[in-house]
Design a protein around this ligand. Sequence first.
Ligand SMILES: [Zn+2]
Length: 408
Amino acid sequence: MKKITTIVSLLLIANLWASQPRKVLIIGIDGVRTDALQQANTPNLDALIASGFYTYESWHQGITVSGPSWSTIMTGVDYNKHGVTSNSYSGSNYNTYPYFTKRAKDCLPDLYQVQIVQWAPMSDNVYNDAWDQKIKVCDGCGANSVSAAQTQLQNPNLDVLFVYFDECDLTGHSTGFSPLNPAYINAIQTVDGHVGSIINSLQSRPNFVAEDWIILITTDHGGIGTGHGGNTNTERKIWWIGSGNNPVSNQFTNVVDPGSLAIGNFNPALAEGNPSQDDIAVTALDHLFRGTQCDPFNPAWNLDGQSWLDSLHVENPLGISENIMKDATIKIYPNPTSDFLTVWFENPLNTEVYPTIYDQLGNQVLDIKFISVNQNKMNIDISKLAKGSYYLNMNIDNETVTRTFVVE
Ligand SMILES: [Zn+2]
């Protein structure tokens, strides 16, 4: 009985969290070298870094050109899947690997999503992206991007906003991508001011305290001389920042370079656990989908990135911490399902595995006496369960991982 009381009180807390609408702001700053960012005076980015996730060592795993890079950032997959290898966007495969905004809209049709960019190809050459508005301002017109963003941020129904700045890249191409180039540093500082204006407008939303925003800021590539597109460290070493209630609070340093698909030496094992460009879309989906019946890690999507949300603020009625870092180690499918649920998991220590299934009220509905040693997959017969949403808890090596699934 005590256990049930605990479950009910956790359920109440979970409902409080669930009442906060989850929203995403992504700010893209084209062509900012990591070392130049660290050199520049950027109080607004620093304020976000102070409380959030950040890395100055996110090694580029693909082609250091804008089209392929932004496609990876927004789809969560590398260029061998989304197909964009140049700024012409020819070969794009957005029907199979769309922007995360399409995944989000498919599951949450009421989302209102807006993109504001300066660089036309990013607007004109991308399809199947599910933006409700695609706003294009002139090249290098950061102030116009800011005012367009401020207008959008006044809309209480706004859920996803992507704002893109290209003045750092333009300055790099004209005068040099270098921390020693005052014009380039100045461009970074100017965009930092734009970021500050946008964050101020965000925090001035009438309902801001009742909303749960994640802010993700990144660049697409670095540069060398007056160009980029190659595989030098100054082109490949990039950065990103995550801020909000849920991102892992940490700086990631001494990140091992996993190599690059563009060089031909990419090593997925080395990339595991690294913060990388393809994590932005996955982290955004995880944030939007928490507390819903949507699965941000749908295996059918074949995403390359991982989520950097921490294990706090998890909404499940059992209050069991969902260890997001284990995302790669358990997958369930099909979902929704009607008769069997297949669970695939990693069990490196070959310990006993205990799966349990709970309904939305926290009642255990199936107790599967299953002991797995040297096994990675099991089929659970759920044909006797009524239609609805359920929680699967997998206890593996004394850690519990929770997944939501739907019986239809
Ligand atoms: Zn670029």
